[in-house]
Design a protein around this ligand. Structure first.
Ligand code: BES
Ligand code: MN
Length: 457
């Protein structure tokens, strides 16, 4: 048996920042670390090459009639900067107060190890357990998984199982665990407004030539109405509103709006469309400006008409919005609203579909739900109740794991997602950390899920 805490800590030591081309060595190290663990478990392990960062694939094969669980994780992490805001260096893991600190501790190196350790224990206790396992660990999640859909299509036969088991979503606290029933999709679009071929003297030319910053500002402002709703025709057409059981489950979250606002340091919350913050992030799509710029940003004043302006937009989507349709609607709104005094350049970034899964025994549970997935959900619910002392909440999440929707679309497989990080864990931020006790208990739950599906419980 490998030591889980050490396996995670050693994993964190590899700086596997997928977006940074200087991290090639760290990426390779992280990959080898995880591949080594799979080999030590006796699994047939190999890399699947992609244009950028290879995936690690490890398998325990068996007869066709055995259940087949696919375990997903990502070995890449977000950049660690700003480095000066870390209490201890991001790639030198340390434990303080039962929490493991380091980039990737929560997203996703710790949580993925929960399931790997669970599988290792199960196979040790039951070497003949009738279960097929496929571990699919990618290296491009934090950059939008550009290679993943292609890999799914090329390897469909070996990657198609009964369901996917993963932990890359949130729970309310280390004691109150969520089973995630939805993820938002994403669409990114870069907008550039081009005016005169160079910056111009605003006295000589001001009034005669359109100002790209002013045009861009009007375009951006037009994308929301006065109530904070997205003002793009057709944007909300395919939104599936929450079922009663989802609203009920969210009530159990006991969300404190005032504390939430105070914690974030904002004076008040917009409540766009009348949705509470806890509802808005889970049940509603958004259009955000991730960055905007143009013209002089330095000290004092500079009297120019800037030659260009740019904005970075991303939309978070909810089930059943289609990223391609939303991108087209957004492009059309911008084109229709842009005056002919400037040139508009639109460049798409990455995108991914939203995802929603309904647990068994709900009014809207699909009649043809995979019975092994249903068994997994039931074991997860019982396991969380036993191990953590209170039953799981069933919650949709605001974040995106785009491949989960792709797996559903390409392979027809649903996902069982156990939240193994919390709002306190500083994902994508300095001092990222994870609660080690939560991971250990989560791993016990994962073992029960696998045992139940294998029928060795
Ligand atoms: N683990 C997160 C997604 C997440 C965050 C789920 C919070 C639930 C709650 C994941 O690693 C992530 O950061 N995803 C990116 C995807 C993007 C780069 C396509 C995200 O959501 O921004
Ligand atoms: Mn992430």
């Amino acid at each position: 048996m490998f030591d889980v805490e050490k396996a995670i800590a050693d994993f964190i030591r590899f700086p596997s920042v997928s977006t940074d081309s200087r991290s090639r060595e760290g990426m390779a190290g992280a990959r080898e670390h995880i591949a080594g663990i799979f080999r030590s478990m006796g699994l047939e392990t190999r890399l699947i090459e992609t244009p950028l960062h290879p995936l690690v694939l490890a398998r325990r094969e068996g007869p066709e009639e055995w259940p087949h669980v696919v375990i997903y994780g990502h070995y890449d992490v977000q950049p660690a900067d700003p480095l000066e805001l870390w209490t201890t260096p991001p790639f030198e893991p340390v434990v303080r107060d039962g929490r493991l600190y380091g980039r990737g501790a929560a997203d996703n190196k710790g949580p993925m190890m929960v399931h790997i350790a669970a599988a290792a224990r199960l196979l040790e206790k039951h070497p003949d357990a009738p279960i097929r396992l496929t571990f699919l660990i990618e290296g491009e999640e934090e950059i939008g998984s550009p290679s993943f859909a292609g890999v799914l299509e090329r390897h469909a036969a070996e990657l198609t199982g009964d369901f996917v088991l993963l932990s890359d979503t949130m729970s309310p606290s280390p004691e109150r665990i969520a089973i995630t029933t939805g993820l938002r999709g994403i669409v990114c679009l870069d907008v550039e407004v081009e005016g005169p071929k160079s910056d111009l003297h605003s006295g000589i030319f001001g009034g005669a030539v359109a100002n790209p910053v002013a045009v861009l500002a009007r375009l951006c402002a037009s994308l929301h109405d006065d109530n904070g709703r997205v003002n793009v025709p057709g944007f909300y057409d395919d939104v599936v509103l929450p079922e009663d059981w989802e609203r009920e489950s969210l009530k159990a979250l006991a969300f404190d709006e005032a504390a939430f606002a105070a914690d974030l340091g904002v004076p008040a919350l917009p409540r766009a469309g009348g949705w509470s913050p806890a509802e808005a992030t889970r049940f509603q799509p958004t259009l955000e400006f991730n960055g905007i710029g143009g013209g002089y940003q330095g000290e004092g004043s500079k009297t120019i008409i800037p030659s260009r302006a740019m904005a970075k937009i991303s939309c978070r989507l909810v089930a059943e919005q289609d990223p391609a349709r939303i991108e087209a609607a957004l492009r059309k709104a911008l084109r229709d609203r842009c005056p002919d005094t400037v040139r508009l350049k639109l460049s798409p970034g990455h995108s991914g579909p939203p995802y929603r899964v309904v647990p068994p025994d709900r009014p809207d549970t699909p009649a043809d739900q995979n019975p092994r997935l249903a068994a997994g959900f039931r074991a997860a619910e019982a396991g969380v109740a036993d191990v953590f002392g209170s039953p799981p909440l069933y919650l949709r999440e605001g974040g995106s794991v785009p491949i989960i929707g792709d797996i559903k679309r390409v392979l027809g497989m649903d996902s069982l997602m156990i939240g193994m990080f919390t709002p306190a864990d500083n994902l994508h931020a300095p001092d990222e950390s994870v609660d080690l006790r939560m991971l250990q208990r989560g791993s016990a739950v994962s073992e029960r899920i696998l045992a139940a599906v294998a029928g060795v419980a």
